[in-house]
Write a protein that binds this ligand. Sequence first.
Ligand code: FHN
Length: 501
Amino acid sequence: MKNSKKASVLLFLGMMIFTPFVNAQWTGPKRKPDSLRTIQYGPITPAHRTDPQMEAFRSYGLGQFIHWGLYAIPGNEWNGVSARGGAAASEWIRAWGGPTAPKDWKNIYDNLYKQFNPKDFDAKRWAKQAKDMGARYVIFTTKHHDGFALWPTKYSDYNIAKTPYKKDIVKQVVDAYTAEGIDVYLYFSVLEWNNPDYMGGTPKTADEKKRFDRFLQYTRNQLLELVTNYPQIKGLWFDGTWDASWKSAYDFTYKLEKELRDKHPGLIIGSRFRNDEFGARHFDSNGRLLGDYEQGWERKMPGSYEWLDGNDWDCVMTIPPNGWGYMKDWSGIYTKTTDDLLDMLMRCRSMNGNFVINFGPDGNGHMRPEEDRIAAETGAWVRRNAAAVYESRHSGFPASNYGYFTQKDSTLYLTVFNRPVNNILRISVPKNFKQVPVSALLLETGGRLDVKPADMGLDLDKNTYYDILLPSSFQSSRAFVIRMELGAPAKKAGKLMDAKM
Ligand code: FHN
C-alpha cells in the first residue's frame, strides 16, 4: 500500500475508534449526527416543556449558586500553605497533590467534619440577600465530590448530623429560600472521592460490579430521600456524572430519572444527569437534549443564539476565574466585577438563558465582603431594570455593539454597556421588519428620548437605521437600559437607484 493511502486508512480507522458518539459541544454550534440511530435511552420529557414549572424557569433570569461544605474550613489553604496550583479549585482541595500538599492530607480532610460548626450560619440572611440581589432561583450543594452530605442522610455516616453543628443545613436553606419566593434546586454530585464503592472506570470484575451496584442503590436512596424530605424543591442539579462507571449504568439512570419525575411531578433536571446507551451525554446520539435544559454552560456562554437550537439553558459563573468554594485569599487573581457580571447576565438574557452567580461562604457561614457588595450592587441595578431582565426574551433585532437586546411583545430593550461618544445610539433595523422603534425612554428615569430615522441610503444595505439621542446631561456609571416601543414605520423609504459600477 502506498504511504498516502496507508495514512488515510489509518486516519479513517482512527476516526472510527476515537470519534465519540457525542454531540455535546459547548464552544460552537452543535454538530448534527450524519445519520439517525435507534435509541432506547433517549429523552424522557418532551422537548421544550410548557408546564408552569418550566415557564417559571424561563423567567428566572438571575440565580444564585452556593457551594458550601467541609472545603469552606481550609478555604484553599492549610497551615498557611496555599493549595493554588496543587488543587483544581478550592472545593477540590481534598484532591490536593504535588509538593505543596500537606502530609496525610486526605486523612486530615476526611476528618474535617469533626470541626464543622458554622456558628454564624443563618439561612434566612442568605435568602434575604439573594432576594435583594434579584435571584429567582438558588442551586445549593447538598453533597459535593467529597461525599459529605449537608443533610442527615440515613444512607451514609458522613453527614451533617455527625458534626458538632448537627442541624440539617439543607432543610434550613430550602425553607428560608422558599419563604422568600426563591425556587430551590439541589446540587448533587454523583461521584464521591472517598466512597469505597465508587470507581471511575467501568466495573468489570464480579466484585467491582457488586460494589458499583451498591453505589447505585445508595445514590438512588439519597436522591429519593432528598425529594421526599424537601418536597418544595423545583429541581435537581447534577454534577460528577462524567465517569465511565456512571455512563455504563444508562439502564439504571434512565429508570431512576423516571422514578424521580414520577415521585416529584414537574421536577426540573438538566442535561448532566445521564447519557444514552452509546455514551452520549447532554444530547443523545441523535442530537436530542437529555433533560429539560442545557446544563453545560459552566463558566462559558454560547457565541450566538443560533447555537442553542431553541433549547432552554443556564450559565453558572464563578466570581474568581475558577473556584466555587470559599477561598481565603483572592489576592493576585482577577475577580469579576459587578459590571462584568451584569454584562454576562444581559448577554445570557438576550439569548434566553438564566445567569447564575456563585457564592462560596466561609466555614462560619459568612459570605465574603466582596460577594456582599456584588449582591447589593447587582440587586440595585436589576431592580431599576427588571423589565429588561426577567420577562423579556431574545429579540430578532440584529445584535448591537452597544450592548444587548431583549424584547417583550412590541417593547424592545437595549441594555447599553458601550455608550457612543456622540451620544447617538444607531439601531439597525432590517428593511423587511414591519416594526421599528417609534418612541424611546430611559428605563431608570422614565425620561423620553428623541428617535430619528437615519436612512443613509447605502447601496445594497439591507438595514435602515433609527437614531436614539441621549442627552449629554444623562450620566451613568453603569450600564443603562433604553426602552423602545415598536410600531409601523412612519413612511416607507422610497427605493433609491442602485449604484452602477
Ligand atoms: O467539579 C465541579 C466543580 O467543583 C463545581 O462544582 C462545578 C459547578 O458547576 N461543577 C463541577 C465541574 O463541572
